[in-house]
Design a protein around this ligand. Structure first.
Ligand SMILES: Nc1ncnc2c1ncn2[C@@H]1O[C@H](COP(=O)(O)OP(=O)(O)O)[C@@H](O)[C@H]1O
Ligand SMILES: [Mg+2]
Length: 255
């Protein structure tokens, strides 16, 4: 049996009167692509925030790679290998794709960079940056200014920047949002490759993508995990069907 990489134990979080996480428990073995689905407001992003350390749970514990990370600051979780890919607002648009990723490597490695040389010129930063771009399918766009990337390529860049930190586990919050069918298909192909190498927690509304990629799926409703299982088990789960009844965009065709 695969080693447990992420273990969420009884995590709860309230915002005023809203229970965003209610006694959430989840085990993700190394190598798994675990998808979390659920209606808007179900608490998916709040759960990711508690994994990265941006949100502190009111109760419960989070273990990653055998360490209790519940109270660790974000950068220490990143050092342990937990990487979030999210929309990056601090990109240098007139700089090349490669230079932006090199800066992500530098930010992650902090002390290892030599401040008297322009960081992005250093081979020690550019080599891992190039590798991350190759892994995320952006190698051919390395020298293009970020401003020239398409929406889909932007998302690939965000994944490249997460990969540049050499993570063990990737946390992806709705990476397909705003993509057309072609871009989504490209991203599904990319994630299918990445799942061979990384443990992945994927939050996604695109059920096509979720059912194509996930080893297991957890369904979150009002902060509560109502079901966890293989795609085929989730499809036929009566409680999941009930939760999605009337939501036309969702599982209808898949469940
Ligand atoms: N910082 C916050 N302050 C108050 N309420 C919040 C905050 N973050 C999330 N919520 C509430 O918690 C619930 C879960 O939100 P969220 O985790 O963003 O759901 P999802 O990502 O599944 O759409 C929602 O009702 C949302 O309004
Ligand atoms: Mg969300």
């Amino acid at each position: 049996m695969a080693e447990t990489l992420l273990h969420i134990e009884g995590v709860s979080k309230r915002f005023g009167g809203v229970t965003a996480s209610e006694n959430v428990s989840l085990v993700v073995p190394a190598g798994e692509l675990h998808a979390i689905i659920g209606p808007n407001g179900a608490g998916k992003t709040t759960l990711i925030g508690q994994l990265t350390g941006e949100i502190t749970p009111d109760a419960g514990h989070i273990r990653f790679a055998d360490a209790d990370i519940t109270a660790l600051p974000t950068y220490q979780r990143s050092t342990l290998g937990l990487a979030r890919s999210f929309q990056i607002t601090s990109l240098f648009l007139d700089m090349s794709v490669l230079d932006n990723v090199a800066l992500a490597v530098q930010a992650h490695d902090g002390h290892s960079f030599r401040f008297w040389r322009p960081a992005r010129k250093q081979e020690s930063l550019r080599a891992p940056a190039r590798a991350a771009l190759a892994r995320s399918g952006l190698a051919s766009r390395a020298d293009v200014p970020v401003a020239d990337l398409s929406h889909g390529e932007h998302r690939q860049l965000e994944i490249a920047m997460a990969l540049a930190t050499r993570p063990r586990m990737l946390l992806l919050d709705e990476p397909m949002a705003g993509m057309g069918p072609e871009e989504s298909a490209r991203l599904v192909a990319l994630l299918r490759e990445l799942k061979k190498e990384y443990t992945i927690l994927l939050i996604e509304h695109d059920m096509e993508a979720v059912f194509a990629l996930a080893d297991r799926i957890s369904v979150l409703v009002y902060g509560r995990v109502i079901a966890t299982g293989k795609p085929d088990e989730i499809r036929v789960n009566p409680e999941v069907r009930r939760a999605y009844l009337g939501e036309k965009d969702v599982v209808a065709r898949h469940v």
